[in-house]
Write a protein that binds this ligand. Structure first.
Ligand code: HEC
Ligand code: HEC
Length: 211
């Protein structure tokens, strides 16, 4: 029965492949909040399955444990979606983020942006005194970064200071590209960047999440 022996592994491979593809598309496609989420007990929130792959780096509910990696919780939804789209297209690059988003659909990115934007934001690691004022060099930044009305201008409050410093240096060096931020960052010295990042990072969060 040489034919059968030949066909059996092929069929098994086909089955395994179908199973892999099936589970893959379920994984990549079913990040939407399950239809039965309204049947969950009060206070229990459905977490889209695909979110789990983000939490190792961005922390449970989007509060990052690593100072170099950004908090996502409570960030504006449109901003998060824009960044995810930019990582996927290659407009923004990072060796840790690039592979994560490459295979996700538009619907997946929407689900992820929605999920993280609706989580309560992280508190500052070293909170500033309530009357601490933004140093003069950073006042111009507030118009966009302290402004709930602007959709794709991110909140910087309570964000990790080393992450903010890294991003400002990347804009200044042209490694992270943005037409608005490039000239802003070019006008800042290392000292300015440090001062502004520390200030924002110590502020109580402003959040897109509903209380
Ligand atoms: C292996 C670690 C890792 C994983 C897994 C990961 N990220 Fe990230 N993420 C990072 C790092 C590091 C950055 C900062 C990139 C940079 O410096 O430009 C980042 C940046 C981001 C940003 C930009 C934040 C901002 O303020 O601009 C978003 C949005 C994001 N990640 C979403 C996600 C989502 C959603 C997932 C899961 C699908 C995910 N990440 C999985 C490490 C990770
Ligand atoms: C006219 C509006 C505007 C002003 C003023 C502005 N920014 Fe921005 N900023 C943006 C936008 C838009 C982005 C998102 C860029 C992108 O999509 O990559 C951004 C992104 C950033 C980020 C990255 C945040 C993250 O989560 O990755 C930092 C840090 C930042 N700005 C700091 C500053 C500082 C410091 C100043 C003042 C010197 C400033 N910005 C002034 C519009 C502005």
């Amino acid at each position: 029965m040489p034919t059968l022996l030949f066909f059996r592994p092929a069929a098994q491979i086909a089955l395994a492949l179908a199973a892999t593809l099936g589970s893959f598309s379920a994984h990549a496609g079913d990040g939407r909040i399950p239809a039965n989420s309204d049947k969950l007990p009060a206070g229990v929130v459905a977490v889209p399955a695909m979110v789990s792959q983000c939490l190792g780096c961005h922390g449970p509910t989007g509060h990052s444990q690593n100072q170099d990696w950004p908090n996502l919780a409570g960030q504006k939804q449109s901003y998060l979606l824009q960044q995810l789209t930019d990582f996927r297209s290659g407009a923004r690059r990072h060796p840790m983020m690039d592979p994560v988003v490459k295979l996700l659909s538009d619907a997946d990115l929407n689900t992820l942006a929605h999920y993280f934007s609706t989580q309560s934001p992280a508190q500052p690691r070293h909170p500033a005194a309530a009357n601490a004022k933004m140093p003069a060099v950073g006042i111009a930044c507030m118009a966009c970064h302290d402004n709930a009305a602007l959709p794709i201008e991110p909140y910087l409050h309570a964000q990790k200071a080393p992450y903010l410093i890294e991003q400002l240096r990347a804009f200044r060096a042209g490694k992270r590209k943005n037409a608005v931020m490039a000239p802003m960052a070019k006008s800042l010295s290392d000292q300015d960047i440090e001062v502004i990042a520390q200030h924002f990072s110590a502020q109580a969060p402003i959040s897109a999440a509903k209380p």
